[in-house]
Design a protein around this ligand. Structure first.
Ligand SMILES: Cc1cc2nc3c(=O)[nH]c(=O)nc-3n(C[C@H](O)[C@H](O)[C@H](O)COP(=O)(O)OP(=O)(O)OC[C@H]3O[C@@H](n4cnc5c(N)ncnc54)[C@H](O)[C@@H]3O)c2cc1C
Length: 449
């Protein structure tokens, strides 16, 4: 096998995997983070990833809890900034087609005792970040296999081995599924219960020279009226480059395709809806945008006797929440801890792995149903106005991630109380949604803000 890095090389002809403790399927952010924690904990880890680099990696606007999780992987904020892998994210701007804007900035008092909250987070250049993390993971002693898992062997609920496209069968005591939302290998194999949120969506994005230094994420939203929202992100991923991406319901994009528009034309048209991006849309970039489709969802169970599911394979949260990277890194840390603590057992104890699954589900449900009901769908947004809807979603979402980072729920009581808190918030949102959807759509409430 060829791999450009310090990773231990595996010859595809060598079928000697008897020394592996944990097999991690997928070498995206979640898989790399888990592989790192497990190897640091002293286990022999094999990470199976078909791609030499993830060219279509997205996930650039980080939540405020992510920098701490990246620092745990050996990538502190200062390093990411000084190496040109990141820019500061100090606020989020919501800009409507009418030109109305709102700036969401965490208040200064949060930075003072007793709260001591870090008010800055980051935008990251995922290509550079992933490359740096791959080096760190390899240096930690993880063995990397460039291959794709095509079959999983099981004995009842226990996974016995995975089989790769290259014909290699790998057995280990523990398995971690980090294969992303498109694959969700173990949840599909075990036909696990799934919760879905909102319609299927399409994302397309591209990179442009940064017109000026920015320290915030801009969400350009098409949401003034009683219809399902679409939006265009604008994220400075490094000092020279901005990422611009469009997200809409699959049906909306499908309609435009039926009218004969190419992806490139659809993307440029959406950029043109917002003055600042319109100028970029006219630039000479002729490549079709990167494209993916996804459905926000969360699996009701993400564990078995000797396996755990992490990252987007366990739960896909909407990109607008900026919670994907945080969730992936948290899952990786929590799942690795469960394996490390029980390394000498035959199976993982039921309680910690079930509590892990609960936390994954609670958080994904909260973020996905919150963003769908308050922001994407029209009843609440149309009633209180998109700018206020942004507040209604952003304040609890931001706080929840901060609280989670502080209390780090692990045991029965903390997990249960945290779950109850989120369920209460969801209930309040659902009630508000129900109430607003019974009223007649109002005229756009924010057009003059
Ligand atoms: C359009 C879009 C925008 C986003 N924006 C943000 C954002 O601004 N902020 C944020 O925090 N998050 C964002 N996210 C989410 C974020 O990108 C992910 O949560 C994060 O990258 C973690 O992904 P992952 O490692 O779980 O999965 P992935 O990155 O999908 O990695 C899965 C890996 O598994 C490999 N794989 C798949 N199948 C197999 C197999 N059979 N065998 C072996 N390997 C396999 C794949 O090659 C891949 O490398 C966004 C997501 C999307 C789709």
């Amino acid at each position: 096998m060829r791999y450009t890095g310090n990773c231990r090389h595996i010859l595809l002809m060598t079928n000697n995997f008897s020394q592996i403790d944990v097999t991690v399927v997928g070498g995206g952010l979640a898989g790399m983070a888990a592989a790192f924690h497990l190897a640091k904990g002293g286990l022999r880890v094999l990470c199976i990833e078909p791609e030499s680099e993830n060219r279509d990696a997205v996930g650039e606007s980080l939540d405020w809890s992510a920098p701490e999780l990246l620092a745990d992987l050996g990538l502190p904020m200062d390093h990411l900034l000084s190496e040109g892998m990141a820019t500061y994210k100090k606020h989020v701007i919501l800009r409507l087609r009418s030109g109305a804007t709102e700036n969401y900035v965490p208040s200064d008092w949060l930075a003072r005792p007793p709260f001591n909250v870090e008010l800055r987070t980051l935008h990251v250049d995922r290509e550079r970040l992933d490359a740096a993390l791959r080096e760190i993971v390899c240096a930690a002693g993880v063995t990397w296999l460039r291959d794709k898992v095509i079959r999983v062997e099981r004995m009842e609920k226990t996974i016995t081995s995975v089989v790769t496209q290259g014909g290699i069968e790998i057995s280990s005591r523990w398995f971690v599924d980090a294969a992303g939302s498109g694959t969700s290998l173990f949840p599909r194999l075990f036909d696990l219960p799934v919760y879905e949120f909102g319609p299927k969506k399409v994302a397309m994005w591209d990179y442009f020279p940064a017109p000026e230094p920015l320290e915030g994420t801009t969400v350009n939203a098409d949401c003034e009226g009683p219809f399902y929202m679409s939006w265009v992100w604008q994220i400075p991923i490094n000092p020279e480059t901005i990422s611009v991406g469009y997200i809409a319901a699959g049906e909306t994009v499908g309609e435009k395709r039926k009218q004969g528009m190419s992806l490139h034309e659809i993307f440029r048209e959406q950029m043109g809806n917002f003055a600042e991006l319109g100028r970029l849309a006219q630039s000479s970039n002729v490549n079709p945008p990167h494209t993916t489709s996804f459905r926000c969802r969360a699996y009701g169970k993400t564990n078995g006797p000797n396996w755990l599911v992490i990252g987007e394979s366990a739960a896909m949260v909407d990109p607008m929440t900026s919670n994907g990277v945080t969730a992936a890194l948290r899952h990786a840390e929590e799942a690795s801890r469960i394996i490390l603590r029980n390394r000498s057992r035959r199976i993982l104890p039921w309680l910690p792995r079930s509590l892990y699954s609960r936390r994954v589900l609670y958080i994904a449900k909260f973020f996905n149903s919150g963003i769908e009901k308050v922001v994407y769908d029209w009843p609440i947004r149309n009633r209180i106005g998109p700018l206020r809807a942004g507040d209604v979603y952003t304040i609890p979402a931001w706080s929840i991630n901060n609280i989670y980072s502080r209390i780090r729920p692990r045991g029965i009581i903390s997990t249960f109380l945290f779950g109850m808190f989120l369920a209460t918030l969801r209930f309040a949102i659902n009630l508000c949604y129900w109430y607003c959807s019974r009223m007649r759509p109002s005229a756009p409430a924010c057009a003059t803000s």
